[in-house]
Design a binder for this molecule. Sequence first.
Ligand code: FAD
Length: 290
Amino acid sequence: MDTSNKKAPSISFELFPPKTETGMEKLKLVVAELNKLDPEYFSVTYGAGGSTQDRTFATVDWLREQGIDTAPHLSCIGTDKGEILDILERYLGQGIKRIVALRGDLPSGSGLGGLGELNFANELVALIRQTFDDAFHIEVAAYPEFHPQAESAQADLDNFRRKVESGAHGAITQYFYNADAYWRFLDDCQQRGIEIPIVPGIMPITNYSSLARFSDACGAEIPRWIRKRLESYGDDLSSIQAFGAEVVTTLCRQLLDGGAPGLHFYTMNQSASVLQICAALGITNGENAS
Ligand code: FAD
């Protein structure tokens, strides 16, 4: 098949700011490997209430020093508007053009109870657009399997539309392993007149217990057939990883073949599984050979 005119899917990678120097040194190697795939950008998470602020800045600073397109995440809950604007000015000065705008979750027991100047992501998006116009490309979070605190599926879709109407340019989804949830979400968005690109977030499967814990907390479903197989491998990490790579590659292929605008990988600061999945998809330096 002649693939010369085939548009390469946009890929991007999420990193979290390491806690230690050793973690940072490891991350540099991971970024060097992943950067060979010519991603559109790397995003860097941010702890709600500014809990990882300095580490996020350090990671963003290093990426920018390497000339890498970087999208810092910014959560608004528990943070003053003035502080948010200072952070955005800092990023603007660094030539950053993309922000992932979030509400965030305050750690339980933090005492702030969600009360503050900005309580939902749509308010943060509006603040960024009102203050900086189009200086930043704003990504927001989308939940094909619905946000765990949403009143109802309909309310969550309406809240998502509010973020888009406030000025979001694109969205990245929570991860999922059931492509139908994503297609149905896109249909619902289309019916609501939402036209921004909604890029699926992809979580490689490398470790069952941490994935199960995390999925319970964020409301992402691990389908029973996947869960049961992963459970059956026990401590056999190489079987978990081989099966995980097969499942996630198949999911990515379905998504790209069905017209998803790109893939955003939750790398968990590891390169091996992402590289394996991208190689299986035929994605090498930004080209799609499939
Ligand atoms: P919102 O869009 O504000 O929605 C939160 C909940 O409130 C939803 O249930 C929604 O339906 C409801 N809601 C929204 N607006 C209203 C309204 N006006 N009135 C009533 N209800 C409303 N967390 C971090 O702390 N740091 C990160 O770096 C980070 N990165 C993420 C990246 C991605 C791609 C995703 C998908 C999630 C990320 N998260 C991160 C997690 C995120 O902060 C949590 O899922 C959080 O609970 C919701 O954030 P949100 O921006 O989606 O919130």
